[in-house]
Write a protein that binds this ligand. Sequence first.
Ligand code: FES
Length: 161
Amino acid sequence: MLSEQTKARFDREIAKYPADQRISAVMACLSIVQQERGWVSPESEQEVAEHIGVAPMAVHEVTTFYNMYNQQPVGQFKLNVCTNLPCQLRDGQKALQYLCDKLGVEAGGTTADGLFTVQPCECLGACADAPVMLVNDRQMVSFMGNDKLDKLVDVLKAQAK
Ligand code: FES
């Protein structure tokens, strides 16, 4: 169930749009849900839909279109490695494989300790910096060769709660 605080956060986003276009706030509301719960469950989609006043499918379409929304629980650190063509030409796939091997997971998987989820992703808009990665949907890191991947994992482990 949505807390009063979450509803207030939703309402602040909804107020940015005309009354007949409340659906425009759906991405922001989904981001809030993910920030608070770590992922967007079908129940969360339902709650967002009810609060905004749209069909649940209209929310589900957004959740499934953008890969930043987690449709299942993820690790404390979600690592997205770009594997689109420009990054592929500069070892994007190798970076993904190296990370998976280092952490002992398949692409898309989460480590047994719940710390890391490793996923391939689409172009992050920084192709000249390939291989490029995104950490927890917020921090972009560039030129991720094996040495930098090792350092990144060490830094994140040190930050782990
Ligand atoms: S293809 Fe990787 S950032 Fe564009």
